[in-house]
Design a protein around this ligand. Structure first.
Ligand code: TMP
Length: 197
């Protein structure tokens, strides 16, 4: 089984690329499962609702621990038992390092220890779709902003810089892709990085 994760700030087009890659892999008769974080389990989707609800004024520590509670369910109930050829993850633990570590400025060492504690497998490939905060949010202007999306420009700037630093520290599995490019050329770039064209 290969695990491929997709990361980036809001509005970078992760879902579109995941859908295109899923269609491509299925056209080759491969078995593909798409999972999103936080979510994709019964408990994980309920935790997601708590995390994104604007009425909840959560502390940063609560936010981090809820992310890992949802992730622990996903890892232990789905990922570690999966028989799929490919797991496509719409965000994974790198998101906690970027959002809660760099963005909320919580301890990166503690986040690393949580990653080990819940036995997260390391993705084989991680695609970071990169775009400026202004461009990311301008693509989302019709949506209602959830609790995390309402965190402001400075927060998302720290998250974006964090992602780029995480990518450069893990360049064995990370590919940084310019999310300004058109949808088809991003898809082709992903396929060529995966070496499966
Ligand atoms: P989504 O809207 O891309 O599905 O993600 C939900 C939100 O949760 C998004 O704003 C990113 C945020 N998030 C974190 O802050 N930390 C995490 O570990 C994950 C997985 C998501």
């Amino acid at each position: 089984m290969k695990i491929i994760s997709f990361e980036g700030i809001e509005g970078v087009g992760k879902s579109t690329q995941i859908r295109l890659l899923k269609d491509f892999l299925e056209s080759k008769n491969l078995n593909v499962e798409v999972l999103r974080e936080p979510g994709s389990t019964l408990a994980g989707e309920k935790i997601r609702d708590i995390l994104l609800d604007n009425d909840n004024k959560l502390s940063n520590e609560t936010e981090l621990l809820l992310m890992f509670s949802a992730r622990s369910e996903l890892v232990n109930k789905i990922i570690l038992d999966s028989k799929s050829d490919y797991l496509l993850l719409d965000r994974f633990f790198d998101a906690s390092m970027a959002y809660q570590g760099y963005g909320r400025e919580l301890s990166k060492e503690f986040i690393s220890s949580l990653i080990s504690f819940i036995k997260c497998p390391i993705p084989d490939f991680t695609f970071l779709l990169d775009i400026s905060v202004e461009q990311g949010f301008s693509r989302k202007h019709n949506d209602n902003m959830d609790r995390i999306e309402s965190s402001g420009f400075d927060f998302f700037d720290k998250v974006r810089r964090g992602y780029l630093e995480i990518a450069s520290n893990n360049n064995d599995r990370f590919f940084v892709i310019n999310a300004n490019n058109d949808i088809d050329s991003i898809h082709d770039e992903i396929l060529s990085n995966l070496n499966i064209i």
